[in-house]
Design a binder for this molecule. Structure first.
Ligand code: HEC
Ligand code: HEC
Length: 215
């Protein structure tokens, strides 16, 4: 194992411990170079948009303004197949770890775009209740406790920004976690699989719409 890899492993291990202890103030060293990332981003723009936020398909995620730690981890997991999405794995063939860090730095440097929720007042109220308070009787933790009151995530801990995200993408991810098809939360003890287990399709639809309009 290279020194770099070993150091990265150690950092992830330490992050896991810090998360378990509820500490979020771990020092994070920015590893990527946004300019070098930009130079590689042409191919990505065909699906994620020139600005990282105007995807050609509503089921494709917004990347702009997502935190670097989260993006870098997802890219590495797509490459290794740990997050099993053939379409994305194919985009990353031949890329080095530094390339992935650079791409993550680039998209993290772009401004996030906000959308507007389109649900009824009742749906928005339901989603807001779950987002801020969870559903105690179903073991659903409050989303805001990790993703922040405005959905901006936690950059130091690598908890993703969810606000402004395409609602079709968010809904698909919550269903994938719930069905156990997305397992990229393994280093966090499967926390998103745990959280989504108690969510109904209706609650997922309402939450996804509400989150897209959070800011
Ligand atoms: C052919 C279309 C396509 C191309 C080209 C593409 N992507 Fe993606 N990307 C997707 C789709 C679809 C997903 C959502 C996968 C899923 O369902 O989990 C995704 C997901 C992602 C995610 C995860 C976002 C999150 O919130 O978890 C990142 C990061 C990402 N892509 C980065 C890139 C980068 C960097 C490139 C260029 C090297 C790229 N993509 C090229 C279609 C594409
Ligand atoms: C205990 C902390 C915690 C709680 C509570 C939590 N999340 Fe998460 N969430 C995470 C982490 C960490 C990830 C990244 C996991 C991974 O890498 O797959 C994540 C990922 C996600 C993603 C995928 C983002 C993307 O870009 O692909 C969505 C959507 C999401 N959470 C929504 C929610 C919603 C909705 C709730 C409330 C019902 C919630 N989360 C509650 C920690 C949490």
């Amino acid at each position: 194992m290279s020194v770099r890899k070993a150091a990265a492993k150690l950092r992830i291990g330490m992050l896991g411990v810090a998360v378990l202890l509820g500490l979020s103030s771990v020092q994070v060293l920015a590893a990527g170079d946004a300019q070098a990332g930009k130079a590689q981003s042409m191919v990505c723009a065909s699906c994620h948009g020139q600005d990282g936020a105007s995807a050609i398909d509503p089921s494709y995620p917004q990347l702009a303004g997502q935190n670097e730690r989260y993006l870098a981890r997802q890219l590495k997991m797509f490459q290794s197949g740990e997050r099993d999405v053939a379409l994305m794995t194919a985009q990353l063939i031949g890329k080095s770890e530094q390339d992935l860090d650079d791409l993550a730095a680039y998209y993290a440097s772009l401004p996030a775009k906000a959308a507007e929720a389109t649900g009824s007042d009742a749906e928005i109220a339901l989603a807001q209740r779950i987002y801020k308070g969870g559903i105690a009787e179903k073991g659903v933790a409050a989303c805001s406790s990790c993703h922040g009151p405005n959905g901006a995530g936690n950059a130091q801990a690598g908890f993703p920004r969810v606000s402004g995200q395409s609602s079709a993408y968010t809904a698909a991810q919550l269903i994938a976690y719930r069905e156990g098809n997305r397992k990229s939360d393994e280093i966090f003890g499967g926390m998103m699989r745990g959280v989504s287990k108690g969510l109904s399709d209706r609650e997922i639809a309402a939450l996804s719409d509400y989150i897209s309009g959070l800011n």
